[in-house]
Write a protein that binds this ligand. Structure first.
Ligand code: NPW
Ligand code: ADP
Ligand code: K
Length: 492
């Protein structure tokens, strides 16, 4: 087994394995059995203290809020090092002598012996705070002093370093334990994930709660199949062969754009075009918009829906489809070779069990389908509330994928890509610049373009979702706000 382990930022790897709390605890037990007692906590505390120095090199007064369990033990270890390095750590601690885990007790004794300052209340002023209240053992809402201290850290303007997991966040799902709307996290935040990276840091509320994420495996290599993968970057596009032609990259046919909503279908079509599809056809449901669409975008081929070769195309259906798209769905589900279903197409399926049966039949007929619901659309398909979907996004996405035998993209902060037989992927790209109307239409079109030239629908979908978010990541902060039209023009 390796020693100490290195604290890394996530940019060094394209994909990262994410492990659940249960897997992490099993790994911790295995590692503890193979190492001298207290080794892991000493490594965790040293890593936290070193990271504290790195993110706030000039900090002197450091408030370390320690909980009653082993997460608090990590904080006590960190305090001991920071004290030895002539910083001024002040520990507020919720542990009780005689009622604490053995590792935490040992760290408490070591911190006391080293002369660390313990206080009843947080200091009035501090230069950095370390949240070592709860880690992966936190399964009920903080109350009393713990809740007060957590609130003080979240409201503070000073940087906060969370040890392992931001207190109050469920490491498996990214949901806050206490769902009252108090979590207006203000401080600049860092999280040092220990032993494993946990899925909840990357989806739902995880990204806001955790801030910049660092990882230290404490010298222990996780062997188990992960719960999910984090996609953190992707390979550059393969160069196009010189002899390639428009037929080499597939046809995408977009169906949607009912009266008043043609923009949604056009966004999907433009995204498919800029995403590299060989030819993009648009079956607009609004007759009156066809002429203007052709004039504005000559490379797009606007066609009557009945003239689209669905059985030879990757069809993107639903963007701006309104209720009228329902009538087209039997044909679309039966004939399309590959299919991306978004927005109103998903709502139509949620309402109609006959369409659900047609959808389920596609996979056995080797006709791949990608569903791209946002949480409310996913909830309609699962017959539950959007809140329930958000409670466990990985589970909801996998459930949808298994039910309909499709690839599913559950959109939002930390989009989940799930498919039967695959370990789900959490997408790391993207940010709140995408929280504007029409960006989902762009995603549907882009997935269409990637599917059209790929043999692997799951991988193609993961790459398209990453590329879509990457535009928002790279968007200059001093440029005009990113809107869906700019996004459709910028995707690759
Ligand atoms: N052991 C090791 O070698 C290593 C462990 N590591 C570290 O340990 C962390 C896991 O430690 P853990 O399992 O002790 O759980 P932890 O997150 O401290 O919380 C549980 C404690 O909090 C209490 N509690 C819970 N909710 C509460 C509430 N609302 N309000 C008040 N109290 C509440 C709960 O009490 P109980 O519910 O049992 O009454 C229990 O005492 C992990 O995230 C990592 O940081 C690393 O150093 C690697 C090596
Ligand atoms: N905060 C965010 N972080 C990352 N991605 C986001 C965020 N907000 C929105 N997005 C992305 O933007 C797109 C919005 O899609 P959707 O909700 O369908 O919007 P619309 O229907 O208006 O097109 C999705 O790809 C979603 O993942
Ligand atoms: K913590």
């Amino acid at each position: 087994m390796k020693t100490q382990g290195l604290t890394q930022t996530l940019s060094s790897q394209a994909t990262w394995p994410l492990h659940s709390v249960a897997q992490t605890q099993a790994l911790e037990h295995e590692a503890q059995a193979a190492l001298p007692a207290h080794t892991l906590m000493q490594r965790a505390g040293l890593a936290a203290a070193q990271l504290a120095l790195a993110i706030a090199p000039h900090a002197q007064k450091i408030w370390i809020a320690c909980g009653p369990g082993n997460n608090g033990g990590d904080g006590l270890e960190a305090a001991m090092h920071l004290h030895a390095w002539c910083k001024h750590p002040i520990v507020t601690w919720l542990g009780k002598d005689g009622d604490m885990p053995a590792d935490a007790k040992q760290s408490w004794l070591r911190a006391k012996d080293a002369g660390v300052t313990f206080a009843e209340q947080p200091p009035v002023q501090f230069d950095l705070a370390i949240d070592a209240l709860l880690g992966i053992g936190g399964q009920r809402s903080p109350e009393g002093l713990m809740a007060q201290w957590l609130g003080a850290m979240q409201r503070s303007d000073v940087s906060v370093l969370c040890v392992d997991v931001p207190t109050g966040l469920l490491a498996d799902t990214g949901e806050w334990l206490d769902t009252s709307p108090q979590h207006h996290v203000k401080a600049k935040r860092h999280t040092l994930s220990l032993l494993t990276l946990k899925p909840g840091l990357f989806t739902a509320n995880g990204r806001d709660a955790a801030g910049h994420i660092w990882f230290n495996d404490l010298g222990v290599t996780a062997q188990k199949t992960p719960t999910a993968w984090l996609q953190h970057s992707q390979p550059a596009h393969a160069p196009r062969a010189h002899s390639s032609h428009k037929g080499s990259f597939g046809d995408v046919a977009v169906i949607g754009g009912a009266p008043g909503m043609s923009g949604a279908a056009m966004l999907a079509a433009l995204a498919a075009l800029h995403g590299g599809a060989g030819r993009v056809f648009v079956g607009l449901m609004d007759e009156d918009a066809k002429h203007a669409a052709t004039a504005a975008h000559p490379p797009l081929m606007v066609r009557d829906i009945t003239h689209l070769a669905l059985n030879e195309s990757t069809v993107v259906c639903g963007c701006g489809g309104g209720d009228a798209v329902h009538a087209l769905m039997p044909q679309v589900l039966s004939s399309s070779q590959q299919l991306v279903l978004d927005a109103d197409a998903l709502n139509a399926i949620a309402r109609d069990t006959a369409l659900q049966s047609l959808l389920k039949k596609r996979s056995p007929r080797h006709k791949p389908t990608v569903l791209t619901p946002h949480p409310l659309e996913a909830a309609r398909l699962l017959n539950c509330s959007a809140k329930e979907v958000q409670k466990n996004r990985l589970h909801a996405a996998q459930q949808l994928a298994n039910t309909f035998q499709c690839v599913v993209v559950l959109k939002g902060s930390g989009s989940i890509i799930a498919s039967p037989g695959h370990t789900p992927v959490i997408n790391a790209s993207g940010n709140a610049r995408l929280a504007t109307a029409g960006t989902g239409d762009v995603l549907a079109g882009l997935i269409g373009a990637y599917l059209a030239r790929s043999e692997d629908p799951f991988a193609a979908t993961c790459q398209a979702v990453f590329a879509h978010g990457q535009v928002a990541n790279a968007w200059p902060s001093d440029a005009a706000a990113l809107d869906a039209a700019l996004l459709a023009a910028s995707v690759r």
